[in-house]
Design a protein around this ligand. Structure first.
Ligand code: VG1
Ligand code: CO
Length: 543
């Protein structure tokens, strides 16, 4: 018998409200676990029969095995066809593009993004819908319900498919198209950006280092930056995707991408530095001697996007996640375009993009993207920066200081407290929520609170409401702090504290970020009772 129906039990796992399932790899490898989740996805969308899906992942440990299981389950569930990246590789943005380009019914992306990979580390599965974007909350809720109700799954008992040759193959009678993971994505980038201008810039000696962090963007960056745009070989480092990302966290921030930071702060720094995360949807920009926060990157891209051919007609509007700094709001205001504030997570941008209300969206975690797909896009952001530099012929540092001179500066930093026992993290948050009504007017170390609330979002397109999206505290004198719990961890809780202080340009010149934000940090530590609830006040990661 080729197709088998296997009896099965509900699985524990998905956190309500998250767009995918992220767990320890061993959990996914346990009997029936992965299968149950995949069947739950199919069940929640009215079955896979007759549907077309894109499948691919970031190449981490278990990627190859999981894809084989998914192909066999899709065949047993009578899917019409599958488009899969060669060797099972697809970056999240490339998968989003393939879903749209081929008018498919959605895609299954295997990644735990910036989380480390390996048998003792993390694995994840995201389901993206037909617009190419992460499943909205209505769909993730349906998947969650399906995981709790499941009693069996269907799978074909056939040998593995060889995913090395590009071209047509099949599992049972279900056709599979194995595609070059880079080609279509590269074509899309060539339409949006002035490749000739960037090419001339490289030909003129412009130097760059792109750290792919042994994750999925290696092949993309090599094909686009080196082979297409003519950057010298060796511009892309750590370019081969490894199952364990070389033992690191593929999270493009100054801590995890320290070798790149060290290079860019040294005497031998190239003109431009960039990195991307595990699944290629996020980025880091660092100029010679100058790190660019993601919030500033977003503001600079919004202010200069019209210099790239794909955005020459201007932007419809901009959206940013709530914890992201308001630097891009100032640009939007000057451009006279709408600005939307959404909860953390790319899925909240989908409706705004589909409705044509916004062209560029961004998050402080270095996920920035545009209407070209429905995911954030690391390489896209890097290419837009390159296009802007090619046109303006200025260094990153100069572009940034010019920007602050025009708009003033939103000093910004995110502090992550990792490995916190979940109960302690919840008690801390509850403690702040308990004070919400009474904080206004109180002073903490000389800073006076001017307002506080818990962020709730009403989607302007479909009216759906998402509550409990983080705690906001405003201070007199243009300061803001945000506290929220990470939704992407797999073990303990991570508390994220976001600090932001606006200064008009006269005062913005060359102040230290730490110094500017210290009073805010002290105030929040006191308000949240940090020492009392989690036994410390210093974060693990500061970005
Ligand atoms: C983090 C980031 C958030 C991002 C999410 C997924 O979430 O803060 O901005 O959308 O990761 O990114 P959290 O809940 O841990 O703060 V990725 O690159 O995993 O697709
Ligand atoms: Co990612």
């Amino acid at each position: 018998m080729t197709f088998q129906t296997v009896e099965s039990r509900p699985i524990q796992g998905q956190k309500p409200g998250t767009s995918g399932l992220r767990k320890k790899t061993r959990t996914f490898m346990a009997p029936h676990y992965l299968e149950n989740f995949i069947q739950a996805i199919f069940n929640s969308i009215g079955g896979a029969e007759g549907k077309i899906f894109v499948v691919g992942g970031d190449g981490r440990f278990f990627n190859a095995n999981a894809i084989q299981t998914i192909l066999k389950m899709a065949a047993a569930n009578k899917a019409a066809r599958i488009i899969v990246g060669q060797n099972g590789l697809l970056s999240t943005p490339a998968a989003s593009h393939l879903i749209r380009l081929n008018k498919t019914d959605g895609g299954i992306i295997l990644s735990a993004s910036h989380n480390p990979g390996g048998i003792e580390e993390d694995f994840g599965i995201k389901f993206n819908v037909a617009n190419g974007g992460p499943a909205p909350e209505s769909v993730t809720a349906a998947i969650l319900n399906a995981t709790l109700a499941i009693d069996s799954y269907k799978i074909a008992r056939v040998p593995d498919v060889d995913l090395r040759p590009i071209g047509e193959t099949a599992v049972c009678c279900m056709p599979i198209r194995i595609v070059d993971p880079v080609a279509d994505y590269c074509d899309l980038m060539a339409k949006l950006f002035d490749f000739d201008a960037i090419q001339s810039m490289f030909a003129g000696g412009f130097s760059m280092c792109f750290d792919a962090m042994h994750a999925v963007t290696g092949p993309y960056a090599k094909a686009i930056l080196e082979q297409t745009l003519g950057a010298p070989e060796g511009t892309v480092v750590n370019a081969v995707p490894l199952e364990d990302f070389g033992g690191g966290h593929p999270d493009p921030n100054p801590i995890r991408a320290k070798p790149l930071m060290d290079l860019m702060m040294s005497d031998s720094a190239p003109d431009f530095g960039a990195a991307s995360d595990g699944d290629g949807d996020r980025h880091m920009i660092v100029g010679r001697g100058r790190y660019v926060t993601a919030s500033d990157s977003l503001a600079v891209l919004v202010a200069n996007a019209h210099l790239a051919p794909g955005y020459a007609a201007g932007l419809a509007g901009v959206a940013r996640s709530m914890p992201t700094s308001a630097a891009c709001d100032r640009v939007a205001e000057k451009l006279g375009i709408a600005i939307f504030e959404t909860p953390t997570g790319w899925k909240f941008f989908g409706n705004l993009l589909d409705a044509g209300k916004v062209t560029i969206c961004g998050e402080e975690s270095a996920g920035i993207g545009s209407s070209h797909i429905r995911e954030k896009d690391g390489l896209w952001a890097v290419l837009l920066w390159l296009n802007i530099i090619a046109v303006r012929k200025l260094s990153v540092a100069k572009i940034l200081t010019d920007h602050w001179a025009n708009y003033g500066r939103n000093y910004y930093s995110r502090h992550d407290y990792e490995g916190v026992p979940p109960e302690a993290a919840n008690r801390l948050m509850d403690h702040v929520i308990g004070q919400m009504e009474t904080l206004s007017g109180k002073s903490f170390g000389g800073l006076t609170v001017s307002g506080a609330d818990e962020f709730s979002y009403r989607d302007p397109i479909d009216g759906s409401v998402s509550d409990h999206q983080g705690l906001r505290i405003w201070f007199e004198g243009d300061g803001r702090a945000v506290l929220r719990l990470s939704g992407t961890g797999t073990e303990d809780a991570t508390i994220r504290l976001y600090l932001e202080q606006y200064k008009p340009y006269e005062k913005a010149a060359s102040l230290s970020v730490c110094k500017v934000l210290l009073p805010l940090k002290r105030a929040v530590i006191e308000i949240a009772g940090m020492q009392r609830f989690i036994g410390r006040t210093e974060p693990d990661v500061v970005t």
